[in-house]
Design a protein around this ligand. Sequence first.
Ligand SMILES: Cc1ncc(COP(=O)(O)O)c(C=O)c1O
Length: 463
Amino acid sequence: MQFKTIIEPFRIKMVEPIRQTTREERERLLAEAHYNLFLLKAEDVLIDLLTDSGTGAMSSGQWAGMMLGDESYAGAKSFYKFEAAVRTITHLKHVIPTHQGRAAERILFGSVLNPGDIVPNNTHFDTTRANTEYRGATALDIPIAEAHDPAAILPFKGNIDLEKLERVLVDNPGKVPLAMITVTNNSGGGQPVSMANIRAASAICHRHNVPLFLDCCRFAENAWFIKTREEGYADKTPLEIAQEMFSYVDGATMSAKKDGMANIGGFLALNDDALAQECKNLLILTEGFPTYGGLAGYDLEALAVGLEEVLHEDYLQYRIRSVAYLGDILTANNIPIVQPPGGHAIYIDAKTMLPHIPQSEYPAWALSLALYLEGGIRSVEIGSVMFGHQPDGSEKPAAMELVRLAFPRRVYTQSHVDYLAEVLLYVNSIKDDIRGVKIVESPPMLRHFSAKMTPVHDTLLQS
Ligand SMILES: Cc1ncc(COP(=O)(O)O)c(C=O)c1O
């Protein structure tokens, strides 16, 4: 008998209390945090969907592994276990540990990018974009056209536009030191990239002698989508699929705080010997010796186990289904989301949901504040606060105004998701009362992390 309920494939051995706050308290807390959810104290949040990065629960196997951590400065046993785990999946020659993804980006870009260069990507994540621009290079987003239509339902909406990729390479010889593909496409709705797309992008890049790198934070979730959506992969294991994905690229950056199933960690992996040496030299300057790269031996142990666990089929099935479960409820209740649901998050399309708030008044930011105010839920804006500020100081509205509800791995159960759905449905019922916000003060880069905001019309909700 095949039962239809997909359960959490774990039982809970340790619990961490979460705290209810009153609406009145949250109103005050929001004002104290300058209407920026990043500035709240985590203990004042009931369900924290700010990010799936580093917020997951580790398994008993990972905690046990941590006790084996070898804290030797150089040549620690833990490094070799980590290196073997990464090599098993990627078959890439050099594995360079970093404390998180952006350190891998900074080291790679610090070695290969020069002012005036161009880096094409399906969609750059914010730190990837910022690290590219910090080197004076242009971060060029070229997802397929449908990626900008939240309602379009496609199996692989994270794909890179192959024609545009070819054109960029033809038009800019010598100016593209590398191309990237982000799996899954986080800033584009957590949408997967097909194997066919990675294979074709690789062929184009290699025809032009340009190396292709994966931003592979969510490689296992992407592999699951390939298994369940792409012809010819149903009988392959997630590991085999991941190995094929990596077989087409010359290197990868990874924030292992996602599909590494750990609370900290990352890596840069690549085949080019000379470039690897240059990157290791930079690593020593800012992260640490190449066999620990800013991590403790016990972190490397947790990652070695996590990278194996993340490819278990029961885990991936539960993971992708939990996100789709929320997506199904919202869709059934006409709440506009990026379709189809992504791997790690649901993205609410705030531009469609709140048409009365102009993009200059940041509708997605306002919606994320309303979700906290009404239900204690923390989400993140992926819209014009995050992406509207241009390197030349000008403002350009983002292509989409999204509120991302990112699911930490193995943390919340179905009743948390049911509560979440209830809050979202309530906020949808009062959506016409939500008012826009404005920026009071912001830093020159990555402003969403620390900008001070305020409601445009005194209060967030029209009473
Ligand atoms: C696609 C993508 N790339 C890079 C990063 C940066 O990783 P980290 O936060 O570990 O520096 C993230 C983090 O959220 C991400 O989602």
